[in-house]
Design a protein around this ligand. Structure first.
Ligand SMILES: C[S@@+](CC[C@H](N)C(=O)[O-])C[C@H]1O[C@@H](n2cnc3c(N)ncnc32)[C@H](O)[C@@H]1O
Length: 271
């Protein structure tokens, strides 16, 4: 089993997908020496005219400088799973973390909302990818549905459709009347996830690896460090989302407060 796992890892970390051949995979001896860089945008591909796998650099390299390729626009988690490494924190603009959200069990419209979700291939609990640049419109639509009051029942289906990535319309549908609750819903999910990451990272400091063999110990330490690196980079994305969400909520709430004060001022004026 160990040999199989090793061979599987070696094969999958070295095979190349060739976009112009419909994603066919190949082993290309010279190309499997190239390391990945998140800054690089060039891929290996089959070139009909030269009848071979060609690599064109996207920048000038100095003699002796290491040449990189891109293994694809992958998150740190995907790079760890497929290639066994985690890029340095903050260097991967494609990094993302899956945020898990669920319908609220005590919601009086739970059944209707779940039915609407199921109709569009979704379930009561869903994961959505969060990036350092923000979250997808599908997550916002899911959040609208989760916090939507019974008075907006006629919009459940539309919201569930927008939450599905299969939905053809990718427009950012907005429901200003419940935006604050939807943002708070996402913020709560982010904070719950941050707390799990923080617990793991805290515990990792005192984790007992329970091995005496030095070779095994080194391997376990290496794997633990990879897990810590991945969790740190994923938590960083969640921290950023938390910051943006808190700021948006503060703006909404202070805007509402301002509107209330103006309204109050007018009321006093006409008294
Ligand atoms: C196709 S091979 C690249 C050549 C490899 N460095 C070698 O010496 O055989 C892919 C493996 O290289 C390593 N690798 C590639 N890019 C890396 C990076 N940016 N940081 C750390 N390791 C990397 C990973 O172990 C990955 O599984």
């Amino acid at each position: 089993m160990e040999t199989f796992k090793w061979s599987f890892g070696i094969l999958f970390s070295r095979l190349v997908r060739l976009p112009s051949m419909g994603g066919r995979v190949a082993l290309v001896p010279w190309a499997d020496m190239l390391n990945h860089s998140c800054d690089v945008e060039t891929f290996l591909d089959y070139d009909k005219s030269s009848q071979g796998v060609v690599f064109t650099t996207d920048r000038a390299y100095q003699p002796g400088e290491q040449v990189f390729i891109s293994y694809g626009r992958k998150s740190n988690g995907e790079l760890l799973l497929s290639y066994g490494f985690v890029p340095r924190e903050g260097t991967n603009p494609r990094d993302s973390v899956e945020l898990s959200v669920s319908l609220i069990k005590s919601d009086s419209c739970y059944k209707e909302k779940l039915e609407a979700l199921k109709k569009h291939g979704l379930s009561a609990s869903q994961c959505f990818p969060i990036q350092i640049t923000g979250w997808p419109v599908e997550l916002m639509a899911y959040a609208y549905l989760a916090v939507c009051p019974p008075s907006m029942k006629n919009q459940f289906n539309e919201m569930a459709a927008a939450a599905s990535s299969k939905s053809t319309s990718k427009k950012d549908t907005r429901h200003p009347e419940i935006e604050e609750y939807a943002l708070q819903f996402i913020l709560d999910a982010c904070e719950a996830s941050i707390s799990k990451y923080s617990k793991f990272l805290q515990a990792s400091g005192s984790m007992d690896l329970d091995v005496t063999n030095p070779k095994l110990l080194n391997r376990k330490l290496f794997l633990k460090q990879l897990a810590v690196d991945l969790c740190t980079s994923e938590r960083r994305i969640l921290f950023r989302a938390q910051y943006i969400l808190r700021r948006r909520l503060r703006d909404i709430r202070s805007g509402e407060l301002k509107a209330l004060r103006i309204f109050d001022g007018f009321r006093k004026l006409f008294k």
